[in-house]
Design a protein. Structure first.
Length: 486
């Protein structure tokens, strides 16, 4: 079982690495083609796409949980297929409502929130309305992807995600080089959402076709809607806390200044897709083993170690070498303004990666209500941190506010997971201890030491994680051999 989860996680991470690499290549090209101001608007459009977690009302994640648990309980694939296609139809219907809302709100966003005028305002309005038209297609695609994750088709998802990532960034780059109009560049980004939908619905029809005359269980539909209802609260507040900083900065600073924050944020935050992808592989496995606490314990222990071993070294290296990396990738002026932002965000991203463990455990056991309530608690606190941080420290203060917020979120998630899952308390306690040691080491190396000592400590931590990764792989291989040996 551990080997299966590891393989699924590797496929997921591999697909996300390709997407991240394509973004790293595309952003400097867009910077030179569009300029800093229009690139700032493009990253705000990416933020709106990231905010689309609100639009599906939690139903794509609910499909992952419902499909995996239903098949684990022995439900027929025909019944599961009937439920899936019914929910995807609901998602497309919700998408039409959101289309109308964003189309109507676009002038307000351009004028009041982004404070744009003239040609820039006209281009941005066109782009936002193009994004609005893509929402129904995007929501149907997310429902299909959630179902494929519930079916544990991670290899299929990753293999197709790679060429689609090239299209997602490649098409806007081509348009920007031909016509540096941010409206058409955003429209090109929106067009890729339609292709995503056609691809994933085709794959879903092949793997889980709907059979005539078979209807979905009302109990399963109620469970999906209840789970998705609470999750929609998280999907509203979670992306709001992730992306509210850039929109607040856009209301305070000009687009070029906002780009000094949003470009390192988007690049660093895309790195969170790696642990998120690994957790997506773990999610259906835990959901399907709710009556097997020993197996769940092994999976959680493996995941705690994997998060620290796999995420700490690249996050630490990127933070230590932030300035030369940004200079090489973009330019010295950009690096001077963005380096403190990137370093703080990388600390937060590592902490947020660890939060995926208790978050996945709670949601896999159907407790989306708890994660939603925690987000409701955190939102006003984050608003105060953001306003105060920006007032005192500018864009660096926004990064500090975001990092403090994810640290609070992680602590609360572990607290609730420890409180609810008595059989997992030992492994959760060990995970928290390991995480605290890793965070302390990261802060020490980034902020307390400099010069050769900083390089030496970074090398020692990276080497220790590499040896630990080899040991973890050996344990996974031994576990697999023991399972197949009579």
């Amino acid at each position: 079982m551990s080997r299966k989860v590891a393989h699924n996680a590797l496929w997921n991470v591999g697909g996300q690495l390709v997407s991240l690499s394509v973004g790293l290549v595309a952003l400097p090209i867009l910077l030179h083609a569009l300029g800093a101001a229009r690139l700032g608007v493009f990253t705000l459009a990416l933020g709106l796409i990231g905010f689309s977690g609100l639009f599906d009302l939690g139903l794509s994640r609910a499909l992952t949980q419902t499909v995996s648990s239903s098949l684990g309980l022995g439900r027929s694939r025909a019944q599961v297929a009937a439920l899936v296609w019914r929910v995807i139809g609901l998602l497309a219907g919700f998408g039409v409502l959101w289309l109308v809302a964003l189309w109507w709100a676009a002038p307000f966003l351009v004028d009041r929130l982004f404070s744009l005028s003239g040609e820039m305002a006209r281009e941005t309005l066109f782009g936002l309305r193009a994004l609005a038209l893509s929402i129904p297609f995007a929501l149907a695609a997310t429902g299909a992807m959630g179902t494929l994750e519930g079916l544990q088709q991670f290899r299929l998802l990753s293999l197709w995600r790679m060429p689609m990532s090239l299209l997602q960034f490649g098409l806007p780059v081509i348009v920007a080089l031909i016509r540096p109009d941010i409206g058409w560049v955003i429209a090109a980004l929106a067009a890729t959402r339609v292709v995503w939908m056609l691809l994933w619905l085709t794959q879903l029809q092949r793997l889980l076709p709907r059979e005539p005359g078979v209807t979905s269980s009302r109990a399963d539909l109620r469970h999906a809607l209840h789970f998705g209802g609470w999750l929609s609260v998280s999907n509203l507040i979670g992306p709001l806390m992730v992306y509210a900083d850039r929109f607040y900065l856009a209301s305070v600073f000009p687009p070029a200044t906002v780009a000094y924050y949003t470009v390192p944020f988007d690049t660093a935050f895309r790195a969170t897709s790696l642990p998120a992808s690994a957790m997506n592989a773990l999610f259906p496995e835990i959901a399907g083993t709710q009556t097997q606490p020993e197996l769940s314990t092994r999976l959680l222990n493996l995941t705690h170690r994997a998060v620290v071993i796999l995420i700490l070294p690249p996050a630490l290296l990127a933070a230590v070498f932030a300035h030369p990396l940004l200079t090489l990738w973009l330019d010295p002026a950009f690096a001077a303004s963005s380096t403190p932002v990137l370093q703080l965000l990388l600390v937060g991203i590592f902490i947020n990666s660890a939060a995926r463990v208790p978050y996945t455990l709670l949601q896999a056991h159907g407790r989306a209500d708890l994660t939603a309530k925690l987000h409701l608690l955190e939102l006003p606190m984050f608003a105060l941190l953001l306003i105060g941080g920006v007032h005192w420290l500018g864009i660096t203060g926004a990064a500090l506010a975001w990092t403090l917020r994810v640290a609070l979120d992680t602590a609360l998630l572990y607290l609730f997971a420890w409180w609810l899952h008595r059989s997992q308390r030992t492994v959760l306690g060990r995970g928290v201890t390991l995480l605290c040691l890793a965070i302390g080491a990261m802060l020490l190396v980034i902020y307390a030491v400099h010069g050769p000592m900083q390089i030496a400590l970074t090398s020692i931590i990276a080497a220790a994680c590499a040896f630990a990764a080899l040991d973890m792989m050996r344990l996974i291989r031994r576990d697999t051999i023991e399972k197949i040996t009579p």
